[in-house]
Structures are given as C-alpha cells and as structure tokens.
Design a protein around this ligand. Structure first.
Ligand SMILES: [Mg+2]
Length: 333
C-alpha cells in the first residue's frame, strides 16, 4: 500500500482534514486538496469553467469528490472532468451526504466509479480507495500494453514499406504511392512522371566484384538517387534487383528528364570503378522516363509500361543515357 496520489475535493475544511487523516492512516502519502470546482480546475491547469488544455505531466490516480458544494456541484465537476480526454481515465469516487441519494443514478451516468456515504468510515474508505487504485493500475497497464502494440505495429508497417538493403522505399511502397499520386494528379489536372532506372552491366559487376560489393553499390546508388530527387513530395524506391524508380508528381517529361540526367551525373561523379563495363571504366546507369496528365479511366500502369519500354530502349544501346517515351493518345484511352 501507500501507492497512488489522491485528490480530495470538499468545500468543508473539516471533511478534508478527516479524509486526509484516514487516508494517511491507510498508508497513502501523496494527498492533494481542493475546496471546490475552481480549485479542481486550477489543479489540472484548466480554465475557471473546466475548459482549455490541462497540464502536461499530471500524475493523479484517484479523485474523492464531494457532491454538495457551493457554485458548481460535484456532479457537474465530474461531468466536466470526464469531458477532458486525458483526465477521463482518472477514477472518481463521489462522496455524498445521506440526503443526496437521488443523485446516485446521475453519479454513475456521468462516469464516476464509486460512491461513499458521509459520514465516511475509515475501513470503507480504504477498501474502496484500494480497489479503485488497483483498477486504475490495471487500466494503466493495459493502456501501456496497447500503446506498445500500436508502436510495434507501426514499426512493422514501416518495415513493410522499406527496402531492407538500401533503406529507401520498397516496391510495395512505390505501388501504393504511385496509385495515390496518380489519383491526386488526375483530380488536380497535374502532370506526373515516372523514371525507371537500371544499373548498367550490373550482373557483370557482381560476377567480377562479388555480391557483397554489389550490395554496397546498390546502397550507394540509392543514396545518390535520393540526392538527385530532392523535392519533398517525390519518391525514390527500389523497383527490384538493380532497378530503381522515381515518382515525380507535377513534373512533365522535360523536368523528369532533367532529374534523371542529374541522377546519372551524380552516379558518374561518384566514379565507382567498373573496369569491365563496355561503356565506361566507371559504373553507369540508364533511365526510361515517361510523363502524362492522368485522364479519367486511366491507370498508373500506362505510365509504368511506357517508362519500361523507354528503359528497354536505353539498355539496348548499352545504357548510360536517358530515353523518354510519352504515352500515345491511343494508350491513354
Ligand atoms: Mg460539501
């Protein structure tokens, strides 16, 4: 025992003294007092009428609340406290004089946990307080567990969206992102561009330098691509294997082509040796770019297919370049 902080609310000083003594006798040490509604609201940092934002670091486990008080009575105080989100879970035990029995229904309706009759007996008080605190502790424990679970779920969701090797968005994240942006651009009448990228002669690179170094190159290229695409609303994702993809909302083919070229330049500037590459002594990449303003009844697949064809063309000519291909009017029907 002795755990739990308790607020006694009563307009009569002698009642507060009595309750405090009884609680202290049962081993409760952290006891606060308020002499009415205004003092309760002030205790929690609320406005004079119980509105506004409460204080941040409240650590209260139980309220003993007198019903009959001048000004706002205990029932109204209880109602207003239960209306404040972060205070809602603090258990409230109403303390009633014998002549206020008719209030009992109201007491439970507004969310009080229990009630005590005046004059309060020590044994009864301590038993009720003890069980209220135990319940509060159990509720807190469950709340903490729920939060932990939610956080774990969030971490899982994040992990499900991130490519394990490179730390950038994965294919699934890309699919969802493109779908969402496609619809948004359709609604707003904006252009949207997709740049598909491929590392030139990457199989050859792995054969010669080994897969571990190949993995390092994937990480390096992912970081360089992220540098090239620096608008906050754009996405760089790993498309699969040594393929990457950019989604650039609001960009037309020309703008997207410039960003692809910048990404190519950044990779070239990193001067990653690839001695057996037929196109350069350094690692190079190539891009297939496409852009369109999505029309009703069309799907992102249209854009992706086009970028894929463009990438294929770029690869056919040994890479190290950007090829742009726009969907034809027939495609987009
Ligand atoms: Mg009173």
């Amino acid at each position: 025992m002795g755990k739990g902080s308790i607020l006694i609310v009563d307009d009569a000083p002698e009642s507060r003294i009595l309750l405090r003594r009884m609680l202290a006798g049962c081993g409760y040490g952290a006891i606060y007092e308020a002499d009415g509604a205004a003092a309760v609201f002030a205790f929690f940092g609320l406005d004079a009428d119980g509105g506004g934002e409460p204080l941040d670091h409240l650590d209260l486990d139980l309220i003993l609340l007198d019903i009959v008080m001048p000004g706002l009575d205990g029932i109204e105080v209880c109602r207003r406290l239960k209306g404040v989100e972060v205070l809602r879970d603090i258990p409230i035990i109403m303390v009633t004089a014998a002549n206020t029995d008719s209030n009992l229904r109201a007491v439970f309706e507004i969310g009080a946990m229990d009630y005590l009759h005046k004059p309060v007996k020590r044994v009864e008080l301590c038993a009720r307080v003890k069980s209220a605190l135990r319940l509060k502790e159990e509720m807190d424990r469950r709340l903490a567990l729920t939060r932990e679970l939610e956080q774990a779920n969030q971490r899982l969701r994040r992990m499900a969206m991130v490519d394990g090797l490179t730390g950038i968005a994965n294919r699934r994240c890309f699919d969802e992102f493109l779908d969402r942006e496609w619809r948004r651009c359709q609604r707003d009448g904006w252009s949207i561009a997709v740049c598909l990228a491929d590392i030139d002669f990457f199989k050859l690179y792995n054969d010669i330098y080994g897969h571990l170094q190949g993995d390092d190159v994937l990480k390096q290229v992912a970081a360089l691509f992220q540098q090239a695409v620096n608008r906050p609303g754009d996405l760089v994702a790993r498309f699969g294997g040594e393929e990457f993809v950019f989604v650039l909302s609001g960009a037309d083919a020309e703008g997207a082509g410039r960003i692809a070229q910048r990404a190519m330049d950044l990779v070239a500037g990193a001067a990653i040796p690839h001695l057996h590459s037929p196109v350069s002594e350094y690692l190079t990449v190539c891009f297939g770019v496409s852009a369109t303003t999505p029309r009703p009844g069309t799907y992102p697949r249209l854009l992706l297919d086009c970028a894929d064809k463009a990438l294929y063309d770029a690869k056919q000519t040994r890479g190290n370049r950007v090829v742009t291909l726009l969907p034809s009017a027939d495609d987009s029907r």
